[in-house]
Design a binder for this molecule. Structure first.
Ligand code: 3PG
Ligand code: MG
Length: 418
């Protein structure tokens, strides 16, 4: 078997990509290829409600199947915590895959280790695809148990990881297994690492990061790391309220983490030292209740009524943000600016997304976004297609922005070094 090509000299996301083997040039004919994907997708009424993550990994699966491999797909879904739970079965996902790959034999196997899998796999021919049942039905997956990893590895001849969005989890099918089989990165894994690496390691400057969402507490590392690396950091969503409060403003009944105002101050001081400009809203949309169509008004951040909640950025802030994105070369975005799930409080986020999309389409901007809520907002604004890159990752994207090593990527570099 060919050893696969090195991915090049590029350093990305702190990773030496030359140490990761890709599937290019690997002879997989007649081989059993175990591929870890992230099929952690929303399921509603027994059906796949959003197939983005499935579609994004199909090129790797099709490539392997076309090359004559027997492709064995591994994934988790939800958090069943080591016990069998039919609500998080991968069966509807196998059905979706069959729909998306009409010319391929896709078979669902109702377990991921043991006799049922052995029998099921024995019936497959080169070019066929098997989807195994949820890995998290066994506790060994999340504990990274070596015995569970060995049981999984026994199904295959080689291992491919194409689950960048799960790379922050040191689980058996991501970490331990890579030490047991010749291991490679799939096409999506490589695309994610390259796109995110280029955007943060060697970005076209100035770089602006937009970080939103509710809590400062869950994004301290991200904010601190970004403050040291980007030229402008826009803080939006609920976490902006904590920053406003730290600056001594009255924010009425707005969501806030009062215990983290000192953290917000530290981040602002850190940013100032690093020459990074922190951008907070200057005006906001407020209402007395968070309800679709609630009566709302616009006010400056210095004049939020005592009984009101900040739910979106105001028109002056939006105009300012639009002007600022036109001045930079790269935008990195995670987290919405307002309460996007409750209309009309998503309008600020949607309008800024459309502007970033327009500037990107015109070739004036490199734009990279990730995270479940962010991607949902971009889709709702019909902006996603124009972004330079939209990551499938939520938690992994955040950890990567925070400057952390991702165990799934590290495992691939370790494996190729053996
Ligand atoms: C994700 O959806 O972010 C990944 O699939 C990881 O899922 P987890 O947060 O349940 O580990
Ligand atoms: Mg998650």
């Amino acid at each position: 078997m060919n050893d696969g090509g090195p991915a090049g000299e590029l350093q990305a996301g702190g990773f030496d990509l030359s140490r990761i083997r890709t599937i290019d040039g690997v002879d997989v004919r007649g081989k059993r290829v175990l591929i870890r994907v992230d099929f952690n997708v929303p399921i509603e009424q027994g059906k796949v409600a959003d197939d983005t993550r499935i579609k994004r990994v199909l090129p790797t699966i099709s490539k392997l199947a076309r090359a004559g491999a027997i492709v064995i797909v591994l994934s988790h879904l939800g958090r069943p915590k080591g016990v069998i739970n039919p609500e998080t079965s991968l069966k509807p996902i196998a059905a979706k895959m069959q729909e998306l790959m009409p010319g391929t034999n896709v078979r669902f196997i109702g377990d991921c280790i043991g006799e049922e899998v052995k029998r099921g796999l024995a019936a497959l021919k080169p070019g066929d695809v098997a989807v195994l049942e949820n890995l998290r039905f066994y506790p060994g997956e999340e504990t990274n148990h070596p015995v569970f990893a060995k049981q999984l590895a026994a199904h295959g001849d080689i291992y491919v990881n194409d689950a960048f969005s799960s790379a922050h989890r040191a689980n058996a099918s991501i970490d331990a297994i890579a030490g047991l089989l010749p291991s490679y990165a799939g096409l999506l894994m490589m695309a994610e690492i390259m796109a995110l690496g280029e955007a943060l390691e060697q970005p076209e400057r100035p770089v602006m990061a937009i970080v939103g969402g509710a809590k400062v507490s869950t994004k301290i590392e991200v904010l601190t790391n970004l403050a040291a690396r980007v030229d402008r950091l826009v803080v939006g969503g609920g976490m902006a309220n904590t920053f406003l409060k730290a600056k001594g403003m009255e924010i009425g009944r707005s969501f806030c983490e009062p215990d983290f105002t000192d953290t917000a101050k530290d981040i602002m001081a850190h940013a100032e030292q690093a020459g990074c400009e922190i951008v907070l809203p200057s005006d906001v949309v407020v209402a007395t209740e968070l309800k679709a169509g609630a009566d709302s008004q616009i006010c400056p951040v210095e004049a939020v009524p005592a009984d009101a909640m900040i739910l979106d950025v105001g028109p002056e802030t939006l105009a300012d943000l639009k002007r600022r994105v036109a001045e930079v070369k790269t935008v990195l975005w995670n987290g919405p600016l307002g309460a996007i799930e409750t209309p009309p409080f998503g309008e600020g986020t949607f309008a800024l997304a459309r502007e970033v999309a327009r500037l990107t389409r015109e070739g004036k901007l490199i734009s990279v976004a990730g995270g479940g809520d962010t991607v949902r907002a971009l889709n709702e604004a019909h902006a996603a297609a124009d972004f330079t890159y939209v990551s499938t990752a939520g938690g992994a994207f955040l950890e990567w922005l925070g400057g952390k090593e991702l165990p799934g990527v590290v495992a691939l570099t370790r494996s190729s070094a053996r």
